[in-house]
Design a binder for this molecule. Structure first.
Ligand code: SF4
Length: 208
């Protein structure tokens, strides 16, 4: 069991997220990524900025709060940034979700979890599903759940296999647009041919 009294770099928490996993979900975007895929649309999340440090328990409790609402989330999606670049903190967060009884947790990572040094064995007990491997510019895909064809989806919890299977068969649809304070953000994974418009939106936000 990890120490949930530690800190974790979190860019934002948002509900509802409609485009990163099955159903209406809580999205947790972690901060910091050392992989630096060419063509990444989340470059603003690459820096490990200590100003984004929050208590693991604080973040977990914020997420749990959404499950007490009138329309509870289907699950939680943890994205980035790169969750495995702050693995101990990510593990503590996932363990906290499990302690709350939140079982449908989808994790996005740019690392190959099945590589010899991958964390497949460590993440499998803590997540319902994982989308892994780096984004590859030039390998576009129609699949709703990934940004490039090389990426793979692993579903670890048998009770979610049908649900994730159905979601994985759906084609890319519209991106979600959300207003967060004075910022407009797009949520979801665009076709590579649409990524330029997403980057322009990000730059517009950065200029504000
Ligand atoms: S792993 Fe994800 S956040 Fe990191 S550079 Fe690649 S696409 Fe961007």
């Amino acid at each position: 069991m990890s120490d949930s009294s530690g800190t974790i770099l979190v860019h934002m928490v948002h509900f509802p997220v409609l485009t990163l996993g099955p159903g209406r979900r809580v999205g947790v975007w972690l901060r910091g990524c050392s992989i630096h895929c060419e063509g990444c649309i989340s470059e603003e999340l690459w820096s490990f900025d200590p100003a984004f440090a929050r208590g693991v328990d604080d973040v977990a409790c914020e997420v749990r709060g959404f499950f007490g609402g009138d329309v509870p989330p289907a699950g939680v999606t943890v994205s980035g940034g790169e969750p495995f670049d702050q693995w101990e903190a990510t593990r503590a967060l996932l363990e906290r979700f499990a302690s709350f009884g939140i079982r449908d947790v989808l994790v996005y990572t740019g690392y190959d979890i099945s590589a010899p040094e991958g964390r497949r064995e460590e993440i499998a007990p803590l997540a319902a599903a994982v989308v892994d491997s780096p984004f590859k510019l030039g390998e576009d895909t129609e699949a709703v759940w990934k940004g490039s064809e090389n990426q793979t989806l692993s579903v670890f919890r048998p009770e979610f296999k049908d649900m994730y299977g159905e979601w994985a068969r759906s084609a890319k649809g519209a991106l979600q647009v959300a207003v967060l304070g004075n910022r407009v953000v797009s949520i979801g994974i665009p076709r590579q041919s649409d990524a330029g418009a997403i980057m322009a939106l990000a730059e517009m936000n950065a200029a504000r």
